[in-house]
Design a protein around this ligand. Sequence first.
Ligand SMILES: [Zn+2]
Ligand SMILES: [Zn+2]
Length: 332
Amino acid sequence: MSAKSVSGEAKRMKAAVFREGKLKLVRDYPVPVPAKGEALIKVLQAGICATDLEILKGYMKFEGVGGHEFVGQVVRTSEASLADRRVVGQINCVCGQCDMCSSGLSNHCRNRTVLGIAGRDGAFAEYLVLPQDNLHVLDEKLTDEQAVFVEPLAAALQIVKQVSIDKRWKIAVLGDGRLGLLACQVLARDNRSVLLVGKHRHKLLVADKKGIRVSLVDEVVGRNDYDLVVDCTGSPTGLKLAVKMVRPRGTIILKTTIAAPVECDLSPLVINEVRLIGSRCGTFSDAIEALSSGEIDISGLISRTFPLERIDEALKFAAEPDSIKVLLRMQA
Ligand SMILES: [Zn+2]
Ligand SMILES: [Zn+2]
């Protein structure tokens, strides 16, 4: 029986579940029961991200309902201000008590679960639960499609929280995929010279239309003269290229999370005293603001939308080199 009603009575739902290296549609998955302080959310749309494709290859060894980028509607909550509201949600669910949480670094909570990535069922389902504190209510300014980009855009905005961008810098973003296309827009706000480096002409064209300089990777020469290189390739070779491009005392930001080990000679980093910074999740309110104001524009970034029933097809399409963001629509 599928969960069509929002009364909270439905016990079973459709969900796409990672199990033994596959993501399979299950039609009678139990509807999650919110714990104290959690809300039950009806998922409207969800985004497929490179991390989901990496989980298929064994990243994080996660089993359970996939998906962490979503927009939904709250259907059960103890918090009146959230009732029936359209929301997005921070994916890290934290304890609030460990040393990381008490020092203001709750994204690094030692006891965290992460929606659809670690220890917690995710958004490729008709319903999900999240702590109420994780939710951000949306107003009408944002479409559902824009809202699905809040999570990845927050991750892109984390770059400018970690490094303050100088407008005179020479900056390169490696990777013309979902994250690279957001990261170059984020950096271009403070630095007009940002260069997006990729392998796919039509993806580069999306950035080009937004006024960003682009280059095919084959045409890039590693001259060790970039102040900042951001690796969004999602490939084990991204770091290698970044090392060839970054200047002495420059900075590399790593956004790539992959199941495969990365092989790279690190001695140039020592010799050139390069700063290497890992970068993960960011602040949702910043992303909501940047999308609402039109500062970050998602046009051209959605390749296709599939119903949840066609998850197999959607995943295959998302893994194709030509596709950018693939969305899932949960409700038939
Ligand atoms: Zn993601
Ligand atoms: Zn904690």
